[in-house]
Design a protein around this ligand. Structure first.
Ligand code: AMP
Ligand code: MG
Length: 487
């Protein structure tokens, strides 16, 4: 089992991490291996499936060239600053460069205690591991930047939460595990040397164009703002709620990371919250853009000493960078929903058209996914399909008329328009009740529902007959009210 490791994070100063190996586990067993990701990464699927591969994926064997470490970071959790978090249950094995020349971190999550574990056991259990697997791979299929899941293995050891649960390890693949909280970690220690070193590292690895700028650190901040604004707009476009948008869960490269109590909305409402620990709805669906901007302000704050020499101009620069979020997000959001509505060009009253649709949907509790999908059907004919989709309650006739009039302003054949719409409005999402069903079965040893769900989610745009049951919103007794971070 060989990974062509080429590690750069391990070359950074000692205070960026703690070097240690994953803690071995009793009896590893493969639950799921991501064959298509393995081949994309240039890894040999047979080798990964071998006993040797399994022991690597469980943390029992350190592959050649790995330099295992737990990364240090801080973070604002629900608005409160915690100066030291760090990888409390994860180990970065190293980085590999795929055949396309792209560099990825290979990380084991659930791999045992580290110096950053605090009171935690350093472990994960199968439910949250598979939840991350399912949702991250669905995000990938939607074309939304995300970390990915290479494998899920059970450890043969129990993990104690409310009860004894099967322990598991996820192999996570990311362009970076540097978080906003990594910058905050050094800023809080007033370790400007480390801060600069981290910023230079991130620029060199992820934002090389910023190096050409007159003010590279301002350019870095600007670039991160753009990626986050675009990311959150895409989340909203598929009804995704991250659930714990703490600054330690915000990737510096704009990938969705740290899938905990995340969920996709069924019925549309901007105040939707699923996370059991989000008592005040801080991370509700509709709050996510504002929270992203708030998190970026924490990044800007951390970067101040690098942005300019005198404090006053540093603050002004940082503020300007953060202020730019609003416009960038609005643009990305409008583009996303314009495409969802089937419009090709931008018109002045588009925001109003969308606003009144969303309001009608919120008032009637319309299923987010199926309502937009029904609009794809409706392009070609009457509004009957809008009413026919489960959960896609009848939209007001005035709105439908207005929408049709809007579409008529553009010369596009209905067939072509419907096809384009079906490429931005998924037929299936990982609905909470189907995710829970797959996890419950997997914990009982039945992997069939998991495999079936993953199969459907791998091509979420086309509607095959066997997918019908996955497109249905939950029946009242199936509705998942809460999701848990499972730590
Ligand atoms: P999360 O909410 O999963 O993003 O985790 C927040 C912090 O808690 C991170 O520093 C994690 O490494 C740490 N953490 C979460 N679960 C555990 C666990 N079971 N054992 C040790 N540390 C954990
Ligand atoms: Mg986290």
């Amino acid at each position: 089992m060989t990974f062509a490791f080429d590690n750069t994070y391990a070359r950074l100063p000692d205070r960026f991490y703690a070097r240690l190996a994953p803690i071995p586990v009793a009896r590893p067993d493969m639950v799921k291996l991501n064959l298509s990701l393995a081949s994309r990464l240039g890894l040999n699927p047979q080798a990964l499936q071998s006993p040797e591969g399994l022991s690597v994926l469980a943390g029992n064997r350190i592959p050649e060239g790995a330099e295992p470490l737990a990364m240090a970071y801080a973070g604002h959790q629900f608005g409160n600053f915690v100066p030291q978090l760090g990888d409390g249950r994860a180990i970065l094995l190293g980085e590999i460069v795929d055949p396309a020349g792209e560099r990825f971190d290979i990380q084991l999550k659930g791999s045992g205690r580290t110096p950053f574990s605090r009171a935690g056991d350093g472990r994960a259990w199968l439910g949250p591991v598979l939840r991350e697997y399912i949702v991250s791979e669905a995000m990938q299929a939607f074309g939304i930047p995300t970390t990915r899941s290479l494998a899920a293995v059970t450890t043969g050891e129990p993990v104690y939460r409310e009860s004894a649960l099967p322990g598991a390890v996820l192999t996570r693949v990311a362009r970076s595990h540097v978080r906003v909280g990594t910058f905050e970690y050094f800023a809080a220690r007033q370790d400007t040397e480390a801060l600069k070193c981290l910023a230079d590292y991130v620029i060199a690895r992820h934002y090389p164009e910023a190096r050409e700028s007159e003010r590279p650190y301002r350019a870095l901040l600007d670039a991160v703002v753009v990626r986050q604004a675009d990311l959150v707009a895409k989340w909203l476009g598929v009804g995704f709620i991250h659930g714990v948008m703490n600054t330690d869960n915000m990737s510096i490269v704009g990938e969705t990371i740290d899938y905990g109590p995340c969920a996709f909305m069924d019925a549309y409402h901007p105040a939707t919250v699923y996370s059991s620990i989000d008592y005040r709805g801080r991370y509700a669906y509709g709050n996510q853009p504002g929270i992203a901007q708030w998190n970026l302000a924490q990044l800007a704050q951390a970067l101040l000493p690098l942005i300019a020499e005198d404090a006053e101009s540093a603050r002004e620069e940082a503020q300007a960078a953060i202020d730019a979020f609003g416009q960038r997000f609005e643009r990305a959001y409008r583009e996303c929903f314009r495409a969802k509505l089937g419009c090709m060009e931008t018109h002045e009253d588009d925001a109003d058209l969308l606003g009144s649709l969303l309001q009608a949907m919120a008032e009637s509790g319309a299923d987010f996914t199926n309502t937009f999908r029904a609009l794809c059907d409706a392009v070609a004919g009457t509004d009957v399909p809008v009413r026919a989709r489960p959960g896609a309650v009848a939209l007001p006739d005035v709105w439908l008329r207005r929408w049709r009039a809007r579409l008529a302003r553009e010369e596009v054949s209905p067939v072509a328009r419907a096809a384009r719409m079906r490429n931005v409005n998924p037929a299936v999402i990982p609905r909470n009740h189907r995710v829970e069903e797959a996890l419950d079965a997997a914990v009982e040893g039945d992997l069939e529902p998991l495999e079936a769900l993953l199969d459907v989610l791998a091509s979420p745009w086309d509607e095959r007959p066997e997918m019908a049951s996955y497109t249905r919103p939950p029946a009242p007794h199936e509705v998942v009210q809460q999701t848990f971070c499972g730590t």
